[in-house]
Design a protein around this ligand. Structure first.
Ligand SMILES: Cc1ncc(C[n+]2csc(CCOP(=O)(O)OP(=O)(O)O)c2C)c(N)n1
Ligand SMILES: [Mg+2]
Length: 541
């Protein structure tokens, strides 16, 4: 932290406009009582810096040094690093322009690295334009990276050697912590602005340029499309975890917050955009949000032209994952500025922090109608998932952390003459989203929920996902699967179209599994693991 701060201070002090630099000192996370002892581990990853006299982070510009399109030595050095990468990962943070989304897609194709796209990148909620199996494999999206990282064994296995990050700000705290601990040999951050953005203190090359220019500079390098076992395993892990999540959100009868996050892409009709509120909303969307198959656009045409078979959907938010003030008003400003139908999703406390936004909504400035989805769990649900929930008494939690309330959102909407819908079931949610779109007017959709149920459901999903990722990795790395690429490919593509029935029997905590599927045999150690068996067979369904 000290190194990257001093690097950035020195760089900024010497760049135009030169001058004094103000340094902020970071304090520990609030509300987290865990003591942290000094550990020499924090010097890990500094070997390269100790060995040479270069700054820790190099600040580069994408300058051509001749009229023949040659780049400066430092840019060539970056191209070289990318060329030599064995386990490269492309990370896409917050980006807002559609052109940038296209440029990222083209860059992803050029690199042929796995892509981890943040919810604010617009590529997570991408609309898939065709459903031909395998075609979208031209870009390997690892949408479930945050959830995959729940597994400690996967966390220590992933180990990317080069990371290229486009756009600042990564929503996932787990991802940020992973980046702090994995120490790739090069971490290249591309963004158009000159400001520092390195919360994990890992950036080794900071390039101030647009994605399009960066992608163009890589065209010169003739990068080969490399296949690797690492990539294939990541693909299978992502697919297994995604199916595990899908199973849980759909199998639960009640309308849950992860379910809302999972299906909300449905509300993005045409070129609609999304504004996400903070606290649980942005985290849930980042964990469970997914792309959407769009039958209304003609994908054939795009395939012919060899451009990506999806379109990004603009997703915006305020100040990372915190700051619950002024969200509704910001969303309205965003709707005016973007001139799109905006679907805004916020928590109840955030909504109540900005009820003045309702009067702005009522004024109907020059903009398209908005759908405001309020996830009403009657308080700040985020605190039920923080360490404080384990130590504080229920009364203290309710009163001072959750700030539980029973304020009527419907009456507030009435007072501002804004149409209000209450949604309590999955079917009601789907019907209401269709209705609000058809009616073409501003409305608030209140989704009713409870904090404790939400916390329990999140814990259940996390536990199953962790198990699934851990066991899949163990299986894929184990000798049973001395996997070649084609094996893994087959595993990914395997579809069993019909299964008549399956027998399970529990005998003293051991699952005796008699699957009636020809050709699949399980190692005894796996067959004795109930969690693995259930998720394994479910994922093959
Ligand atoms: C302006 C401001 N005040 C207080 C906080 C602290 N805070 C963070 S999340 C949160 C609760 C948010 O509740 P809600 O909007 O209902 O979302 P949920 O956690 O239920 O998803 C609070 C009070 C903040 N981040 N910003
Ligand atoms: Mg809430």
């Amino acid at each position: 932290m000290v190194l990257t701060t001093i690097d950035s201070a020195a760089y900024n002090a010497m760049q135009a406009p030169q001058g004094p630099v103000h340094i902020n000192c970071a304090f520990r996370e609030p509300l987290d009582h865990s003591n942290q002892n000094w550990s020499f581990d924090c010097l890990r990853g500094l070997d390269r810096w100790f060995r040479n006299d270069e700054p820790y982070t190099r600040y580069l510009e994408m300058k051509m040094v001749s009229a023949f399109g040659n780049y400066s030595c430092s840019v060539i050095e970056v191209q070289d690093i990318i060329k030599k990468a064995k386990q490269g990962l492309l990370l896409v943070g917050a980006i807002h322009k559609e052109d940038d989304m296209w440029a990222v897609a083209l860059l992803a194709r050029q690199l042929s690295w796995p892509v981890a796209a943040d919810i604010l990148s617009g590529l997570r909620m991408r609309k898939v334009l065709n459903s031909f199996p395998g075609f979208d494999k031209s870009i390997l999206f690892i949408d479930q990276i945050d959830q995959i990282l729940l597994s400690d064994s996967v966390k220590s296995w992933i180990n990317p050697d080069v990371i290229v990050q486009i756009g600042s700000r990564i929503t996932s705290k787990r991802m940020e912590m992973f980046l702090e601990s994995c120490f790739p040999s090069s971490y290249i951050l591309i963004d158009t602005h000159p400001c520092r953005h390195d919360p994990s203190h890992v950036v080794t090359h900071r390039i101030q340029t647009s994605v399009a220019d960066f992608a163009a500079s890589l065209c010169q390098c003739n990068l080969e499309r490399k296949t690797s076992r690492w990539k294939d395993i990541l693909m299978v892990l992502n697919s297994a975890v995604s199916q595990e999540i899908m199973f849980h959100v759909h199998a639960e009868f009640l309308l849950t917050e992860p379910y809302v996050a999972h299906v909300i892409g449905e509300a993005l009709y045409g070129d609609a955009a999304m504004f996400v509120g903070n606290s649980m909303v942005i985290r849930d969307l980042n964990m469970f949000g997914k792309g959407w198959l769009d039958h209304t656009t003609n994908g054939d045409n795009m395939m012919m032209h060899n451009i990506p078979d999806f379109i990004g959907a603009t997703v915006s938010g305020n100040r990372g994952a915190s700051g619950i003030d002024g969200l509704l008003s910001t969303a309205i400003g965003f709707a005016v500025g973007s001139n799109k139908h905006v679907c805004c999703v916020v928590g109840d406390v955030s909504f109540l922090h900005d009820t003045n936004g309702l009067s702005l909504l009522n004024q109907r400035a020059q903009r398209k109608p908005m759908t405001v989805i309020v996830i009403n769990n009657h308080g700040g649900a985020i605190f039920s998932l923080l360490p404080v929930a384990k130590t504080a008494s229920p009364q203290i939690l309710q009163k001072y952390f959750y700030t539980s309330h029973d304020i009527s959102i419907s009456k507030l909407c009435d007072a501002h003459r804004v149409k209000h819908f209450l949604v309590q079931t999955k079917a009601e949610l789907h019907d209401t989203l269709v209705k609000t779109h058809a009616e073409h007017l501003d409305c608030v959709v209140e989704v009713e929920n409870q904090i404790d149920e939400n916390a329990n459901f999140h814990r259940t999903i996390s536990m199953f996902v962790d198990n699934t990722a851990t066991h899949y990795l163990e299986y894929l790395l184990g000798d049973l699967y001395s996997s070649t690429t084609s094996d893994l490919d087959r595993m990914y593509n395997t579809k069993i179209h019909a299964i008549e029935y399956m027998l399970y029997r529990y005998v003293r905590n051991h699952l005796i599994c008699s699957p009636l599927i020809p050709g699949i045999t399980l190692k005894p150690s796996f067959a004795q693991n109930p969690a693995f068996c259930t998720s394994y067979f479910r994922n093959f369904r």
